[in-house]
Each structure stands twice: as structure tokens, then as C-alpha cells.
Design a protein around this ligand. Structure first.
Ligand code: ADP
Ligand code: MG
Length: 370
């Protein structure tokens, strides 16, 4: 039987009384691009650092290709890391920076030069090989840091927020390049970010973390469409998923859902049978989650059940290809995603269509998906 390229089991890290990583379990297969995403301080760097061997875990196991490396020296792990702070040697030119790891491993000069040239070509920095780090732009330094990892051809690449020092436009360009590089090399990568868009666009698998706990593991589509709890629902996707209180009403025709807030007219979702699990809730209250794109100004073109309700547009924010609107729905303020070409302004009333097939339901007590 083949082993996963990396497996992490029951991993915990404490600093004194502080529990930074709590029972982390996951495995990745060769060629995976795993993104660890979560808010700042949730333990992403600590986890990456345990895998890379720079931080000693308190308990648990880490294995590469089936071999336990939990306490192995970093140099024995066949892993290359790229940090947020690039950590280039200022007194070495780009070629030496890229080749340093090979030099340490006593790779012969000729082979080193070939490797450096090959990687430089891949990263389009051949013309920079004799420059020093101080003579490079942020994006160029980032490429050199990548080159230093790529030249080693390791079993596993670890990236800790490698794009966070770049300006917004360059981040997007480099993101595309990292994705192209991954596809071209077929390499196995773990990538840490607090940016949910980076996670969605790069990953083959995502781990969403909060407070040292994995909240959900899945493909980008699973995480986006079936968030496991209210934290994941709110964290992944921009603008965020709308979360509203609703009541489950049992009528003669069956169960109905009423989106409601105190002192406001409820919106009743008609012709719609809520999922079985909802009927078992004791207090008959539920949180419904609707992505902005499930609230829009035109009826969905699919057969999906839809419902129309007239809503007040509180604030209208044109964004080119889309227009986002804060709308008041049964007394709650929610975000709708309207078409880019729509001609409306704040204060208008507009029929809004709900795509009822896209609703997520959460238990208000546990905040877990139903
Ligand atoms: P992230 O990368 O997700 O932003 P980190 O893994 O860097 O988070 O940090 C997680 C938590 O661990 C933070 O609260 C941080 O303050 C704490 N932490 C990290 N390193 C140490 C340390 N050496 N001693 C004590 N606490 C630490
Ligand atoms: Mg970090």
C-alpha cells in the first residue's frame, strides 16, 4: 500500500498553558496543493514550522512517505520552506542565493550551475542572477526565495504567506504563477495564508483553522458550498455569506421557514420543504446562510426553486462586473450581488430573487451546519 506523502496525527503544541495546536490530523497525497487558511494567530505558522522541523511539537506524529520524522533534524526531512520574509543572504548575488542549499550539500559546481540556470529560467529571473538582493524589487526577491526552494527538488514544499509583502496587483500575478508552477512541476505543496481568496484559487484541498483547531477540511468547492459551521461560512467568501435568524413553522402543508427579526414583517419561504434535520431542532430556530450571489435581481435561469421579495436597497456599491447592495430583508441587513449593468441607487426598492437551493442551515446553539 502506498503512503500519503505527509501525514499528521494528533499533533498538539503548547507554550506553557497556551494550547496553540489542538489535535491536528490530516494527510496529503503526492501532487496536492494544500492551503492552510485562518485568521492571524490561529496557529498556521506553528503547524508549518512543526512540519518543517523548526518547532518541536508537544505531542503527536508527523510522517513523510510513511517514515516518522516528528523529531528528525530539518535537514533530514527533504522539505523546502519559503517564508514571508524571504530571508535572502544580502551579501550573496542571486545565483549564490539560489544555489546555497546545493553548495552546503556539496553538489558539484557544474551540476549546481545547471540547476540554478534551469530554475532561473522557470522563474524568469535569468537576467538577475548577478544582482544582489538590495538591487531587487519585492516581486523579484520573492522569485529568488522560490528559486532557492525549487532548486532542491524536495518531496514537499512549505510556503508561509509568501506573497504578503507584495502589493495587491503583484500578489495576483504571483498567485497565478505559483499555480502554474505547481501544475507544471506536479510538486506537493503546503501553503499558509490568511487570505481566503488565495486559498480558494490555489488549493486542491483546504484546511480552515481557528484557535489551533481544524474547522473543516475539503476541496475549495466543498468549503464554499457546504461550510461546516458558521465560522467557516463567514470566513470563506467575499463579501461574506449572509447569516440570518429564521423560524421553522409547522403548518398543515408541512414545514415552512420564516426569515424574521423582532418587530419586522417575516419573509416566508413558500413552496419549499426544509431539510429533515431542521425539524429535529428543539427551539425551532435556525440560522440560514445565503451567499450574496443567491440574492440577485434576476430570476435564476435554472430549475432551482426561487422566490421573489421586494427589498429596500440601503447602500448600492457598483464594482464593475457586479453591483453589491446592502438590502434590508425582514429587518436584517444583508448583501445581495446584482448584475453589473443594473441602474439602481440607494433608497430604491427592487424585486430580489432568492435561490432557495443554495441555502445553508446552522444550529444557533452549536453553530454547526445542519
Ligand atoms: P498564524 O501563523 O496563524 O498567524 P502562529 O502560528 O504564528 O499564528 O501563532 C499562533 C499563536 O501562538 C499566537 O497566539 C502566537 O502568539 C503564539 N506563539 C507563537 N510562537 C510562540 C512562542 N514561541 N511562545 C509563545 N507563544 C507563541
Ligand atoms: Mg503566520
Amino acid at each position: 500500500m502506498s503512503h500519503p506523502i505527509l501525514s499528521v496525527e494528533s499533533l498538539c503544541k503548547n507554550y506553557g498553558d497556551l494550547k496553540i495546536l489542538r489535535d491536528i490530523n490530516f494527510a496529503i497525497e503526492p501532487g496536492d496543493f494544500l492551503v492552510l487558511v485562518g485568521p492571524s494567530g490561529c496557529g498556521k505558522s506553528t503547524l508549518l514550522s512543526c512540519i518543517g522541523g523548526l518547532t518541536e511539537p508537544t505531542s503527536g506524529q508527523i510522517a513523510i512517505d510513511g517514515a516518522d520524522i516528528t523529531h528528525a533534524d530539518p535537514s533530514k526531512r527533504d522539505i523546502a520552506m519559503v517564508f514571508q520574509s524571504y530571508a535572502l543572504f544580502p551579501n550573496m548575488d542571486v545565483a549564490h542565493n539560489i544555489g546555497f542549499g546545493l553548495e552546503v550539500r556539496k553538489v558539484p559546481q557544474e551540476e549546481r550551475t545547471d540547476k540554478i540556470n534551469e530554475v532561473a529560467e522557470l522563474l524568469k529571473i535569468t537576467q538577475l542572477l548577478d544582482r544582489f538582493p538590495a538591487q531587487l524589487s519585492g516581486g523579484q526577491r520573492q522569485r529568488v526565495a522560490m528559486g532557492r526552494a525549487l532548486v532542491r527538488d524536495p518531496k514537499l514544499f512549505l510556503f508561509d504567506e509568501p506573497l504578503s509583502n507584495l502589493d495587491a496587483k503583484l500578489r495576483v500575478t504571483m498567485r497565478t504563477e505559483i499555480k502554474r508552477l505547481h501544475e507544471r512541476l506536479g510538486a506537493t505543496m503546503i501553503y499558509v495564508t490568511h487570505d481566503q481568496i488565495e486559498a480558494m484559487t490555489l488549493a486542491t484541498k483546504i484546511l480552515v483553522m481557528k484557535d489551533g483547531i481544524i474547522q473543516q477540511a475539503g476541496t475549495p468547492k466543498q468549503i464554499y458550498n457546504q461550510p461546516a459551521n458558521m465560522f467557516v461560512a463567514g470566513f470563506m467568501g467575499a463579501p461574506s455569506m449572509n447569516l440570518c435568524h429564521a423560524d421553522i413553522m409547522l403548518t398543515e402543508e408541512g414545514a415552512q421557514i420564516a426569515i424574521s427579526r423582532q418587530n419586522s414583517e417575516p419573509i416566508i419561504l413558500t413552496d419549499y420543504a426544509p431539510p429533515e434535520g431542521l425539524l429535529r431542532l428543539d427551539n425551532k430556530q435556525v440560522i440560514i446562510g445565503l451567499r450574496p450571489e443567491a440574492l440577485t435581481d434576476r430570476a435564476p435561469e435554472t430549475d432551482a426553486p426561487a422566490q421573489m421579495t421586494e427589498c429596500l436597497l440601503d447602500v448600492v456599491e457598483p464594482a464593475g462586473s457586479d453591483t453589491f447592495a446592502q438590502i434590508v430583508m425582514a429587518g436584517a441587513e444583508v448583501t445581495a450581488r446584482l448584475h453589473g449593468d443594473i441602474d439602481v441607487r440607494s433608497g430604491n426598492r427592487l424585486p430580489i430573487y432568492f435561490d432557495l437551493s443554495k441555502i445553508s442551515y446552522f444550529d444557533p446553539d452549536t453553530e454547526q451546519r445542519i
